[in-house]
Ligand binder design. Structure first.
Ligand SMILES: NC(=O)C1=CN([C@@H]2O[C@H](COP(=O)(O)OP(=O)(O)OC[C@H]3O[C@@H](n4cnc5c(N)ncnc54)[C@H](OP(=O)(O)O)[C@@H]3O)[C@@H](O)[C@H]2O)C=CC1
Ligand SMILES: Nc1nc2c(ncn2[C@@H]2O[C@H](COP(=O)(O)O)[C@@H](O)[C@H]2O)c(=O)[nH]1
Length: 319
C-alpha cells in the first residue's frame, strides 16, 4: 500500500485562465446548501460554541456545533433556525441520544445537518443510530465519522450516511496511535485517497491540516470539505481565556477524548491531550487568508473553481 501525507505532496501548476485570483470561486455545496469555503471548524469544545456557530452561519460558512453540552442542543436548533440560519449539530450514540431524535421528531424540528461524532465510526452501534436518524429525520443531511478505511466508507454509506468523515488519529491533540496502535496518523492524505476511490458521497477530511495548502491537497485526493481543529483554536471568537506566559499569548486546545474533557463527560479511554495554541486575534483574518490561499491554488490548477483542483498532477517527495 502506497502511503504519504500532506508534507510529501506538491501539486503541479497548469496554465492559468484567471486575470485575478479574486475571480476564483471557492464555494462548495454540501447537501442543500452552498458555503463560502470547503472548510469547517472542528466540533470540539475549544474550537466552537453557540456564538461562533451563529457568527459562522450568518456569514456563509459551514459549522458543526459540538455535542458536549448535550442538554442545550434542542433549544440551540430552534433558536438558530428562528434566525433563518442553518442548524448543524453533533450526536453520539448512547441511549440518551435517541431521546434527542425523538424530541426533534415530536416537535417537528429537523436540524439541517447532524454529524454522528465518535472515535470509531465503523461500528454496529453507529449503523443503528444512522438508521434511526434516517427513519425519524429524513430531511436532515447526515455526516458520519470518524472512519479510516474504504471498507468503513462502503458500510457507512450503505447504512444511509449522506457524507463520511475520514481521519482516525491525525489530529494535533490526538494520541490514538500511541495509545492503541491504530489510525491514519502519518498517512492521512493517502487514507483520504483510498476512501475516495470507493466513496459515492462526499468525504470530509478530518485532522492533520497544518497549512492552508493542505486544504487544496485534500480536495485533490478526494475530499469535498475539510474539518480543522488546531488552526481554528486560539481566536477571539473561539472558546477559552487568553493565557499569557513569558510575554506570549495563548489559548487552550484540548482533545475531545482528553483528560481535560473529563468535565464534559469524557473520563475514560483517554485518547487526547491538551496543548496551548498561539493567540491569533479575530477568526475572520484566518478565514479570509484560507479563502485567498484556496483562490491562489485554483489559479495554479488552471481553473476557475474547486473542481480544477481534483485533477492536477502531483509529485510525492521521497525524502
Ligand atoms: N478522530 C479521532 O481520531 C478521534 C476523535 N475522538 C473524539 O473524541 C470524542 C469522544 O469520542 P468517543 O470516545 O468515541 O466518544 P464517546 O465515548 O462519547 O462515544 C463512543 C461510544 O462508542 C462506544 N465504543 C465502543 N468502542 C469504541 C471505541 N473503540 N472508541 C470509542 N468508543 C467506542 C463507547 O462506549 P465505551 O466508552 O463504554 O467504550 C461509547 O458508548 C469525539 O468527539 C470524537 O470525535 C476521540 C478519539 C479519536
Ligand atoms: N484521537 C483524538 N482525536 C481527536 C480528539 N479530539 C478531537 N480529535 C480529532 O482531531 C480533529 C482536529 O484535528 P487538527 O489536526 O485539525 O487539530 C478533530 O476534528 C477530531 O476528529 C481526541 O481527543 N483524540
Amino acid at each position: 500500500m502506497k502511503t504519504f501525507d500532506y508534507d510529501a505532496i506538491r501539486l503541479l501548476p497548469k496554465k492559468s485562465v484567471l486575470k485575478s485570483r479574486r475571480e476564483a470561486d471557492t464555494s462548495v455545496t454540501l447537501g442543500n446548501h452552498t458555503f463560502k469555503i470547503p472548510v469547517m471548524p472542528a466540533n470540539m469544545a475549544t474550537v466552537i460554541d453557540e456564538n461562533l456557530a451563529e457568527w459562522l452561519s450568518s456569514r456563509g460558512y459551514f459549522y458543526v456545533m459540538h455535542r458536549f453540552q448535550p442538554e442545550t442542543r434542542f433549544d440551540f436548533v430552534k433558536q438558530i433556525q428562528a434566525k433563518g440560519l442553518i442548524a448543524s449539530i453533533s450526536l453520539g450514540i448512547t441511549d440518551d441520544e435517541y431521546q434527542l431524535i425523538d424530541q426533534f421528531k415530536a416537535n417537528d424540528v429537523s436540524p439541517e445537518y447532524i454529524t454522528i461524532d465518535v472515535a470509531h465510526g465503523h461500528s454496529d452501534y453507529v449503523i443503528k443510530m444512522i438508521k434511526y436518524i434516517k427513519a425519524n429525520l429524513p430531511e436532515t443531511f447526515l455526516i458520519v465519522g470518524n472512519l479510516g478505511t474504504p471498507e468503513a466508507v462502503v458500510d457507512i454509506e450503505a447504512a444511509g450516511a449522506d457524507a463520511t468523515k475520514v481521519g482516525i488519529g491525525p489530529g494535533k491533540a490526538c494520541i490514538t496511535k500511541d495509545k492503541t496502535g491504530f489510525g491514519t496518523n502519518g498517512w492521512q492524505l493517502a487514507a483520504i485517497a483510498q476512501c475516495a476511490q470507493v466513496a459515492t458521497k462526499p468525504i470530509i477530511a478530518d485532522g492533520g491540516i497544518r497549512h492552508n495548502g493542505d486544504i487544496a491537497k485534500s480536495i485533490r485526493f478526494g475530499a469535498t470539505m475539510v474539518m480543522i481543529g488546531s488552526m481554528f483554536a486560539g481566536h477571539d471568537e473561539t472558546p477559552g481565556d487568553i493565557i499569557e506566559e513569558n510575554g506570549q499569548t495563548y489559548k487552550a486546545y484540548y482533545g475531545s477524548a482528553s483528560a481535560s474533557a473529563a468535565q464534559k463527560g469524557h473520563d475514560h479511554n483517554v485518547e487526547g491531550r491538551s496543548l496551548m495554541v498561539e493567540y491569533k486575534g479575530s477568526i475572520q483574518g484566518t478565514l479570509t487568508a484560507m479563502q485567498e490561499d484556496i483562490q491562489s491554488a485554483i489559479s495554479y490548477a488552471g481553473g476557475r473553481d474547486l473542481n480544477s483542483l481534483k485533477t492536477v498532477d502531483y509529485v510525492i517527495l521521497t525524502e
